[in-house]
Structure formats: structure tokens, C-alpha cells
Write a protein that binds this ligand. Structure first.
Ligand code: BGC
Length: 508
């Protein structure tokens, strides 16, 4: 009993000492803050109203920059990690293509039923519909010696993106009808290609069942259904439009076809935009899954749907706390994990998460955040492109972006460090996309292959093309040649070409 009491009083003594120690440290910290606010933050007086100033460590500019670099280190992929990503992707693609392994595979490798590439002589007038992001487009395409196009963009309001399936298809049918009336196309029965850029299991050139929604869409009652049928029903409900749907395709297929029209080495279509995905021309003998005919040509375009790479945990070794946060807060947790590390829908938010952490550790903006910066989604992916477009050492765009975010007094060190965050995020995305393309190039194994690319990230990021090119050349078999080519309007011209090639094959 006594011993216990003695132990108790010892513990109390120790606790008291600890508390005194903590108080001393707190006083000396407050003292250090008031006496010598560090140089690095002396000009940082953000007028932003929100968020308390965090504890600011006593550090020189150089120390700050080094600490920021340390924290960003986990976003930098080593050559070994990238090689491992390639090896795993190769295995996952094989699983997707295998008849027995496909049901469990994360990467579905959907055969598109597009077996032929265009020969450049396709002609005619076509309609195309393009749904895959926040906008929906209707296009009228004239294929011939040259290609001309007339199109109109319609918004897809957020409530429609997450409303009912009928609501979405009624909206599409209404836009189509108003386009046909405006352009006075009512008398012609034009062939139509429908670019529907979501994962679909195709059962033919005009039949595609939605496997799952991605990119912020979640319309009820569409998963598992044939989207061509849903479109036809919506058109029938209106009763004022006549169309002939000749093909349904993914935007990657459109991108590949559009580029292959004039470039006969083109075998891969890649999108790095709101989402990411790639398709490629595969030999039938390697598509165990294929249930179509074995006629010539013995090949088919495979829509890999590689955005879902990693959904079975195989990429966890490179994923970070930021990736986990983004996934957890997304509309589709646990899904599209590779896409969430690469594409435009998520890149800005990854950068914001890193920046928020740096602010909370007192390493940016004197530890002071802003109301806007604290809002999810406020750091747009286009900001990354803008910030990285500044010439080295110049922070014009960076300051404009930070001001838009309510951060008005950033120092040069802050700007340089924000830029570093953006570079780490975009470089990782470009290298991961490059790893994917390298795997496809190595599979195709031809001497010289052109990769058709589209998407806002690839188009507008100032270094994405170069970063990808540099990394692919490290990852492909020695001696192979490749080039990444911006593909003009895959979703429009590509859709018309799929429709044209389909009618050519039909008439044989
Ligand atoms: C979709 C793909 C599409 C890609 C690019 C992904 O979210 O699943 O079907 O090709 O985005 O638009």
C-alpha cells in the first residue's frame, strides 16, 4: 500500500516537472516570436481575413526552401519506382485482356470493335455528339480532301451531371434537336458518331454498356445500360429528330482515329484532360477476351480504361496522404486511383493539399492561409500551368494566382516554393502517364510509333509534352522511335472517321 502511494506521489512530481518544462518552452517560443520575427517572413503580412497564423519556425529562406523540398520529396518518383509501375501495369493489362482474369481485373481493356484505321480517303457529312466532361458538343463534320467542322458547345449543368439518367439523355437530345434546327439539317439522315468518354463494355460498334461513371458524373440508372439505347429513347420521347447512330466510341479511340487519318504510324490514343485514359491497336491473338469474328484485319483497338489502374491497391506504394485525402473526399472513393494522380480534375487539388500542409507548418505565407485557399477545389489545375509558365525567377503569374486566392503579400521565396509544389505535382503526373505510354509502346513493339494525344492538361501545361517525351525515352526498349502528337479534335473528327470506317467495312 505504502509503495503504491510513494509511486503515486513520484508520478505527480514527474507530471508537475513536465508541465513546468512545457510552460518554459512555450514562454521562450512566444519570446522568440515577438523579439525576432524571422527575416523570411518580415515582408509577409497577408491581409487575408481567415485562418489563424500558425506557429512560424525560425528559419532562413534557404532553410525554408529545403524544408519545403523535403516535404515534397514523396511526390518525386524514382526511376526504379517508375519501372515498377510499368511492370505492374503490364501485368494488369494482361489480366484485363484474359478471359478468366477479366472479371476481377481493375483495368478492363474493353475491345472497341474498331478494327481498321482510316486510310485518309474517307468522305462525307457526319454528325457527332461529344459527352465526356462539363461540356457537351454537337458537331457537323465534312470529311474530304480536307476536314471542316461546325460545332456548338452546350453546358451540362451540375444538377444534370448527378441527376437522373433520363434527365441527362433528354438534355443531350434537346441540344441535338436545337443544333439540327439551327443548321437546317432536318431533311437529311446523317450518320452520327457518339463519343461517350466513360468506361463502357462494348458489345458491338453501336452498343456500349456503361461500366461506371467517372469525372464527377453520377446519373442514376445508367450504369449497366446501353447508352446508345438510352439516347435513342430520349430522341424518341421528343419525336422531332431523325438520326442514324453508326458508332459509339471513347474519346481515346476518336483521338487515335483522328491522328491516324493522316499519320499512318499512329497506334495509340491518349487523353490527359479532366480524366485520363489510353487506347491502342492490339493483335487479336493477344485479346483472349475477344468474342467477335477472326476475319482480317486480325486486330482491334483496345480501350484500356487505365484510369482504374491501382484500384486493387497495386499502386499504394507510390500513393501519398494527399492522394488518399482526395480519393476519400471524391464522388467515387476507391476508384480511378491512377486517374486521380494524373488528370486535370485532381491535379490542382493535390497541389492545394500540399500547400495547405506547408502553410500549417509555417513554411509558406508566414503560416497564414486565406479563406479561399482553405476551400476544397479552389486551386484550379489551370493555375499549375499558369504558374509554371512564368520564366525562371519571375513570379508574375504566380502572384496573380495567389492574389486570386486572397494571398496578397507572398514573398519571392513563397512564390518559388509554390512553384516547386506545382512542378512536383505535374512532373509526377507526366511521368506516370509516360510510364503508361511506354508499356503500350513496348507491347506494340514496332520500330516507329506515333502517339496521338489530347486533353487540357497535355495541351495547356507548358512542359507536359517534354516531361513525357523525356521519361518515355528512358522507359522504352532501346532503338524504338516514337513521337507524341497533338491530335486535333478527336471527339469530333475521330467520331466521324469511326462512322466512316464502319460504313466502309459494312459495304464490303
Ligand atoms: C474515362 C475514360 C475517358 C477518360 C478521358 C476517364 O475518366 O473513364 O473513358 O477516356 O476519362 O476523358
Amino acid at each position: 500500500m505504502e509503495i503504491v502511494a510513494a509511486a503515486d506521489s513520484d508520478e505527480r512530481g514527474l507530471k508537475l516537472l513536465k508541465v513546468i518544462g512545457q510552460l518554459q518552452r512555450l514562454f521562450s517560443f512566444i519570446h522568440s516570436l515577438t523579439c525576432h520575427r524571422i527575416k523570411a517572413f518580415s515582408s509577409t503580412d497577408n491581409s487575408s481575413s481567415s485562418s489563424d497564423t500558425k506557429q512560424v519556425p525560425d528559419m532562413s529562406h534557404e532553410d525554408l526552401t529545403n524544408k519545403v523540398k523535403d516535404i515534397c520529396e514523396e511526390l518525386i518518383l524514382s526511376h526504379e519506382s517508375l519501372r515498377e509501375v510499368c511492370d505492374i501495369l503490364e501485368e494488369e493489362l494482361n489480366k484485363g485482356l484474359g478471359r478468366d482474369s477479366n472479371p476481377e481485373a481493375a483495368i478492363k481493356c474493353f475491345p472497341t470493335y474498331v478494327r481498321e484505321l482510316p486510310n485518309g480517303k474517307e468522305k462525307g457529312r457526319f454528325l457527332a455528339l461529344d459527352l465526356g466532361g462539363t461540356n457537351f458538343r454537337v458537331l457537323l463534320i465534312q470529311l474530304g480532301e480536307k476536314c471542316s467542322m461546325d460545332s456548338r458547345i452546350y453546358a451540362v449543368p451540375q444538377p444534370i451531371m448527378v441527376g437522373s439518367g433520363d434527365g441527362l439523355f433528354d438534355h443531350i437530345a434537346e441540344c441535338l434537336s436545337s443544333f439540327i434546327k439551327e443548321r437546317e439539317l432536318g431533311d437529311e439522315l446523317l450518320p452520327l458518331g457518339f463519343t461517350f468518354s466513360f468506361p463502357c463494355k462494348q458489345e458491338g460498334l453501336t452498343k456500349a454498356r456503361l461500366a461506371r461513371w467517372t469525372k464527377g458524373f453520377k446519373c442514376a440508372g445508367v450504369e449497366g445500360r446501353d447508352v446508345v439505347e438510352l439516347l435513342k429513347q430520349a430522341i424518341a420521347r421528343r419525336g422531332d429528330v431523325r438520326i442514324k447512330i453508326c458508332a459509339v466510341l471513347n474519346d481515346t479511340t476518336g483521338t487515335l482515329m483522328s491522328c491516324a487519318w493522316k499519320n499512318h504510324n499512329c497506334r495509340i490514343g491518349l487523353i490527359v484532360g479532366t480524366g485520363t485514359n489510353a487506347c491502342y491497336m492490339e493483335k487479336l491473338e493477344r485479346v483472349e477476351l475477344w468474342d467477335g469474328d477472326q476475319d482480317m484485319p486480325k486486330q482491334v483497338i483496345i480501350n484500356t480504361e487505365w484510369g482504374a489502374f491501382g484500384d486493387n491497391g497495386c499502386l499504394d506504394f507510390i500513393r501519398t496522404e494527399y492522394d488518399n485525402n482526395i480519393d476519400r473526399e471524391s464522388i467515387n472513393p476507391g476508384r480511378q486511383l491512377y486517374e486521380k494522380m494524373i488528370s486535370g480534375m485532381y491535379m490542382g487539388e493535390i497541389a492545394r493539399q500540399v500547400i495547405i500542409r506547408l502553410v500549417s507548418e509555417g513554411l509558406l505565407f508566414g503560416g497564414k492561409s486565406s479563406e479561399i485557399l482553405e476551400e476544397k477545389g479552389s486551386f484550379f489545375t489551370k493555375y499549375i500551368s499558369e504558374i509554371e509558365s512564368d520564366k525562371n525567377g519571375d513570379f508574375n503569374n504566380c502572384r496573380t494566382v495567389l492574389e486570386e486566392l486572397g494571398l496578397n503579400n507572398a514573398t519571392d521565396t513563397d512564390c518559388a516554393n509554390v512553384r516547386h509544389v506545382c512542378e512536383c505535382v505535374s512532373r509526377r503526373a507526366a511521368y506516370l502517364a509516360a510510364a503508361g505510354v511506354s508499356v503500350l509502346l513496348n507491347r506494340i513493339d514496332e520500330e516507329s510509333v506515333t502517339v496521338a494525344v489530347d486533353g487540357s492538361v497535355y495541351r495547356f501545361h507548358p512542359h507536359f509534352h517534354n516531361l513525357m517525351t523525356e521519361q518515355i525515352s528512358h522507359l522504352i526498349k532501346p532503338g524504338m522511335k516514337f513521337d507524341l502528337m497533338l491530335s486535333e479534335d478527336g471527339s469530333g473528327r475521330g467520331a466521324a472517321l469511326v462512322a466512316a470506317v464502319a460504313s466502309r467495312s459494312e459495304s464490303r
